[in-house]
Design a protein around this ligand. Sequence first.
Ligand SMILES: Cc1cc2nc3c(=O)[nH]c(=O)nc-3n(C[C@H](O)[C@H](O)[C@H](O)COP(=O)(O)OP(=O)(O)OC[C@H]3O[C@@H](n4cnc5c(N)ncnc54)[C@H](O)[C@@H]3O)c2cc1C
Length: 656
Amino acid sequence: MRDEPLDVLVIGAGISGLAAASALQRHGLRVAVLESRARVGGRIHTVQIGPHGPSVDLGAAWIHGIGSAQAPNPLFALASRAGLGAAPTDYADAATYTAGGTRLPPSAVSEMEDIYNAFEQHLRSLLRSPDPQPALQPLSVALDRYAACAGLSPAQHVALSFAASNHMEHYWAGDMHSMGVAALDEEVLPGGDVVLPGGYSGLVGTLAAGLDVRLGHQVKHIRYGVGHNDGGGGGASGTGAGVAVTVHIASPQPLVPSEHPGHAQAAAGVAVDGGRLVTLHARAAVVTLPLGVLRSGGVAFSPPLGATDPAKAAAIGALGTAVYNKVIMYFDPADVFWDNTAFIYRMPRPHEAGRWSYFLNLHKVTGAPVLIAFNLGEEAAALEALSDEAAVSGALAALAGVYGPSRVRRPWAALVTRWGSDPHSRMSYTYIPAGVTTAALDDLARPVAGRLFFAGEATHRAHYGTAHGAYDSGLRAAAALLQQLAAEAAQEVAGRAGQRLPLQPRLRLLPPPPPRHQQRERMAAGKGSSWGKPQTVGVLGPDQWLATSAAATGAVLQESGGGAPATMGVGSSPAAAAATAMVFAVPHNGGVVPAAASGTIGGSGEDSSCGLAGGGANEGQQEQGGSDRKQEDEEEDYGKVGQARVPPRPAARSRM
Ligand SMILES: Cc1cc2nc3c(=O)[nH]c(=O)nc-3n(C[C@H](O)[C@H](O)[C@H](O)COP(=O)(O)OP(=O)(O)OC[C@H]3O[C@@H](n4cnc5c(N)ncnc54)[C@H](O)[C@@H]3O)c2cc1C
C-alpha cells in the first residue's frame, strides 16, 4: 500500500478523518491518513488511570443521543457492533448543593429547572424571529434581559444563571458572555445519552483497522490545484490538478528515497528538527484539522484559504474554540464519600477560582470509584497553567465545602487534561460565539477548488462539537469527494468521446433540503431528523480508477439502508453511455446541512421582546459581572425560588 501512488490524503486521524478514510478506501481509493500524534483518535483518547485502575476518557465520553429509527446515531450503531457496551446517564439523577454545602430539596431543583425551561423556550423563540439580531446577542445578555422582562426575583435570577451554566456552558463549553443565542441552532438526537464503560477509543480502533495511518506525520503545508504528478510546484506536468502536502515526519526513521515513487521531487526528504520534511502527492485531500489548529496558522495553505474562499477564512477566525477540561480522580473503593447520584452539582461562589460546579460520579454510572470534575471556558484555560496537584486540590477543596473537610479523601491517582494547550487540538470543541451564526460551520465545511474537502466537528452545522457530528462530517466529505472524482472521470471519458459535460450541476440529484422551519416542524411532529439517514454513493464508470473493485459499486458509506437510484445521464452514444456515472443517492446533507431543533424549537409562542432591544458582546461582559455580584447575596436563597409556571424540559446534559 505504502509504495503505491495515492488518490487521497486524509489529514488527521481523529474520528472524522478515520470515517472519511475508511469510506474512501471501501470505494477502492488509495488513501493515506497523516496524523501528527503518535496515536489515532485525536480528541477521543481513553487511558487507564493508575497502574490497576479503570479506563477513563480524557476527551469525548458520551454518545449524545443513541438515536431512534427516524433519527439514528451511526456512532451508537458502530459502538454496538464493536461490542463496546453502553451505560446510560440520567442528568436528573443529581445532588445539587450550594457552595456552603446545603443540599437543595427536590422542589427547589424542579423550580430551577422550570425557570430554565422557560428561558430556553424564550431563546428558541428568538431564533425564530425574522430579525436576526436577537440570535446574535450573548447568552448572558439574553439571560439578564429575560430575568428582568419575566420579573424574576434576585434568587430566581441566580438560580437561572446556575441552571443555564449547567445546561449550556457545560454542554457547549463556552462562557455565557462569549456564546451567542445562535448556539441553540443545532439538532439533538433522541434516545438519551450513554457512556462507553470500556472507553471511546474502542470506536476509533475499529475505524482505523485496515487503514494506512501514518503516525508522527505533522502536516506543515498544503498546496492545492497543483499537477498531480508534478513536484509540487504547481506546474502542469501531471495528470490533472491535485494536492501536494508537506509533512514533518517526527519519528527518527532513516531518510528513504521516496514516500511516493514516481515523484522525483517528493523523493528528496529534507532533514529538519531531528525528523525530515517530505512532500506527498494525491488527487485530493480531506482536511480534518481542528479549528484551533486551523486558526493557529501552523498549517499553511497555498493558495491561502482567504484567497480562494474568504468566507471560510472568516469562519476560521469567527467560530469559538472552547476549552473544556477534566480532573479525573480515582479513589480507593472504600473511600467513596460522595452521593450515590450520577451527578453532583455545586453552585460556585462568584469570582471563585475555578468553577468546580459539575462532577460526574462514575461509581454510579459504571461502578468505577472515579469522580470527574469539569471546568470550562476562561476558568478551564486558566487552570491549564496550574500543576496537576494544584488542580486536584482545587477540586477537593470544592468537595470539602460540600461534604465537609473530614469526609473528603485524597484520590489514589488523578489525571488532568489540558486540551487548550495541546498543540494537536488547541481546543476542546467548537462553540458559536455572540455575533456569529451556525452558517459559519457551513462556510468551514465547503470544499475548495474541488481538491480540498473539509471535515471535523467544526464543519457540522447540526451536530457541531460532538463525536457523532465529526464522524458524519467525515462520511459527508468522503461522499462529496467521490462525487467530484466521479464527475471528473465522466468528464474525462466524455472528453475523449468528444463531448462536454457539466461537472457539478448534474450531481445535484436530490432536491435541496426543505427550509429550516419545515425541518423543525418535522421534528416537532415526531417525524425525525433528516440527519443520520443512510448516505449511499456508488460510482460506475468506464475508467474504473475510482471504483476499482466490484464492492465499490453501489457500496454504502453507512451500512444500513439504501437510497433511491438516480442516474447522471451523459448522452446516448455508446461512448457517452459508457461514461455514465451512476450515483445511487447523493448524501442527504451534501453541502447543505439541516439544522432543525429538538422538537420544541420555536414552539412556545412566547413574547420574544425580552431579547430584541440592542445588545452586544461587550454588553454581555458588563452585565455578567452584575449578575455575579447578585449571586453572592442570593447564594443561600436557592431553596426559596418562587413558583414558575412553565412546561417541564429534559434534564441538563453535558458533552463530557
Ligand atoms: C474534554 C472533551 C470532552 C468531550 N466530550 C464529548 C462527549 O462526551 N461527546 C461527544 O460527542 N463529543 C465530545 N467531545 C468532542 C469530540 O471529542 C470531538 O468533537 C471529536 O472527537 C472531534 O473529532 P475530529 O475528527 O473532528 O477532530 P480530532 O479528533 O481533533 O482529529 C483531528 C486530528 O488531526 C490531528 N492533527 C492536528 N494537527 C495536525 C497536523 N498538523 N498534521 C497532521 N495531523 C494533525 C490531531 O492530532 C487529531 O488526531 C469532547 C471533547 C473534549 C476535548
